[in-house]
Design a binder for this molecule. Structure first.
Ligand code: RIB
Ligand code: CA
Length: 318
């Protein structure tokens, strides 16, 4: 039975790749819905990008718009890395899909309540929507199997020395989620920076089918920021949260108690792990720390090739 999931995202180049990775595995992942949140860009652009990606591969998955801003303060976008549109690079055609009328919280609540099986949430963005959902409707927590999220980092940040973007944008929401009691699998920078795609692999993608080429063009743009920051390779952050659901054996992890600093001058938005084994503070998070990079990249290539074949074949053939 495929795992029912909701992806909560801010496309965002790597969010888009995460969505495509999930779409390529309908036998393992049943995407019940996608929700959007302000993050890499403002909410309208994020939602438009999500709809464009789905339209590009003819995936009619319902999309609901969520929070435009964090619980406190103003939205800080990731425009520097993702560009003015939030997904600069390929000129994707306008989407043939529109978002649903409901807001993201109501949309997620309805899906979770209607589902026989528990739902797995896959947030690859600031955690505002998730925090609003479980705060407004705490009873849904027992209907959520787990949260496989991209966010945080034990060793360092990428917005400040200590805070990773998804947590930095809304530390209060992140703290609510980490302290919710729902089991968390955290794809933080400790692992996502190791899940990097290299230049020659990006160029290889552009010799393949339409979906692989489009992803190659996304990564061409997304690499610009990385090169400016002196990174070797292009970290595929968000796809890790999906890849773990598909092949957890590709990852090394530790089970730790993690929460989020919301007050510190230098540490606001930092995910703080406690390695002390305290009986009154059981581990709440499986923190991913390592990945078999070659196998991860092969999974991505094979998944995109599957979508290429689907797109290349006459409608209706899989
Ligand atoms: O720090 C990486 C995260 O920030 C990813 O989710 C990326 O999409 C950006 O939102
Ligand atoms: Ca993201």
């Amino acid at each position: 039975m495929p795992t029912p999931i909701i992806i909560d995202c801010d496309p965002g180049h790597d969010d888009a790749i995460a969505i495509l990775l999930a779409l390529a595995h309908p036998g393992e992942l049943d995407i019940r819905g996608i929700t959007t949140v302000g993050g890499n860009q403002i909410l309208d652009k994020i939602t438009d990008n999500a709809l464009k990606i789905l339209s590009f591969v003819n995936a009619d998955i319902p999309v609901a718009k969520g929070a435009a801003a964090p619980l406190l303060g103003k939205l800080v976008t990731g425009e520097e890395a993702h560009g003015e549109s939030g997904m600069d690079g390929p000129a994707l055609p306008a989407s043939k899909f529109k978002p649903v009328e409901q807001g993201a919280v109501e949309f997620m609540l309805e899906i979770i309540r209607a589902s026989e099986e528990k739902i797995t949430l896959v947030p690859t963005a600031p955690l505002t929507n998730i925090a609003l959902l479980i705060t407004a409707y705490p009873e849904v927590k027992e209907r959520i199997e787990k949260i496989s999220l991209m966010g945080g980092g034990l060793a360092y940040g990428n917005v400040t020395r200590t805070a990773e973007f998804n947590i930095y944008v809304d530390p209060e929401a992140a703290r609510i989620v980490f302290e919710s009691g729902i089991p968390i699998v955290m794809s933080g920078l400790d692992v996502t920076d190791k899940a990097a795609i290299f230049e020659e692999e990006i160029q290889e993608l552009k010799t393949r089918g339409p979906v692989s080429v489009m992803v190659g063009e996304l990564l061409d743009f997304y690499s610009i920021y990385g090169k400016k920051m002196g990174f070797v390779g292009n970290a595929l952050h968000d796809p890790c949260a999906i890849a773990w659901l598909l092949h957890p054996e590709l990852f090394e992890s530790e089970h730790l108690y993690v929460t989020v600093e919301t007050e510190g001058k230098l540490t606001r938005g930092m995910t703080v792990a406690d390695r002390r084994k305290k009986p009154d503070q059981p581990a709440n998070t499986e923190v991913l720390l390592g990945v078999d990079r070659e196998a991860f990249i092969k999974l991505l290539f094979d998944s995109l090739e599957r979508l290429d074949r689907q797109l290349g074949s006459p409608a209706g053939e899989s």
